[in-house]
Design a protein around this ligand. Sequence first.
Ligand code: ADP
Length: 391
Amino acid sequence: MKILAVNAGSSSLKFQLLVMPEESVITSGIVERIGWDDAIITFKQNGQKITETFQILNHKFAVELVIQGLIKHGAIQSLDEIKGVGHRVVQGGEIFKTSVLITDEVVEQIRSLNDLAPLHNPANITGIEAFRKALPDVPQVAVFDTTFHQTMTEDAFLYAAPYEWYQKYHVRKYGFHGTSHQYVSERAAVLLNNPKAKVIVAHLGNGASICAVDGGKSVDTSMGLTPLEGIPMGTRSGNIDPAVLMLIAGKEDKTYGEVLDDLNKKSGYLGVSGFSNDSRDIIDGMNRGDYRATLAHKIQVKRIVDYIGSYYLYMGGLDAICFTAGIGENAPEIRRDVIKAMKPLGIELDVSENEKRGERMISTPDSKVKAFIIPTNEEVMIARECVRLTA
Ligand code: ADP
């Protein structure tokens, strides 16, 4: 059974065609620069990369090109081979406690959450609508970044702000990267051979979040109402005293929106180092003794460890820490320094395993708390949900 997993952004559309239940990938690709005369569509198949440039002014045309490309490059012979399309949707609010089959009503419900995710949900809806038009007879499923965290209890998800803000405007912590945290924590439970395991997942990519998973359920996570909360990221500040908004707006004659933009796009690794949002550059900078790159790394490690300490106490113990996403899977220096700081919890790094890539245990065999690298796979998670709901 062939399932298409889709992740639509405002100017891009990522896709992956998988065979289920084998979970093997036939083709994957991305349309970039949607809305431009020189948009780029890339297909990756059989180890080959095919890139073409077109004028692609909207998502509708992008989707048509993806579908034509699947046939043209031989990934499918005819459209009826696609048995389901799974869409990543960033914000499911408190409406969606699980993935759902998409109907007109579901689209309206997702739209009703646009205020909570103005940068993401409208783009996700555009992708959904384009695929519903192009493949009207194929079931479509929405898989939300937030649903995995809907198991958090009020003490974890409420801000200590006027309660009416929650009642009137749904102001609370939602958390994101849910499909990734779920995929990695499920895998960790298998590796530990313990479905009740207490696990912390550090999803460290350009966007980054930490999640505490107790017996398969998310009990706390670092991102909040929006992906700005939590640990610092490539360009995001993570937690900061909100009074900074007022101070900088006054000093630099900016609106709150503009300062918020600086916290989203000019902070984190980029803001502290002053030269890059990419962890590879930060590590290189650190290795050549650059003061601010070293500081960016130290802040990052401290802030990750702050969450780990807090989640250890909140869960009343810890079986494993798992590293995933671009940085978590590829940057041994971050893992090394986080694990070093976790020593009081009884964790010992296996130095040589930590230098390798791919799924593996990177703590010593007698380490009380285990550490793993577990490459994430959000597309497989989306495809699994699609199969579950369309079967
Ligand atoms: P996102 O999906 O949030 O855009 P990714 O999970 O793809 O991000 O992670 C992207 C980041 O991973 C890059 O910005 C880079 O900092 C980091 N990264 C990727 N490869 C490596 C590597 N080999 N070593 C260190 N960091 C890496």
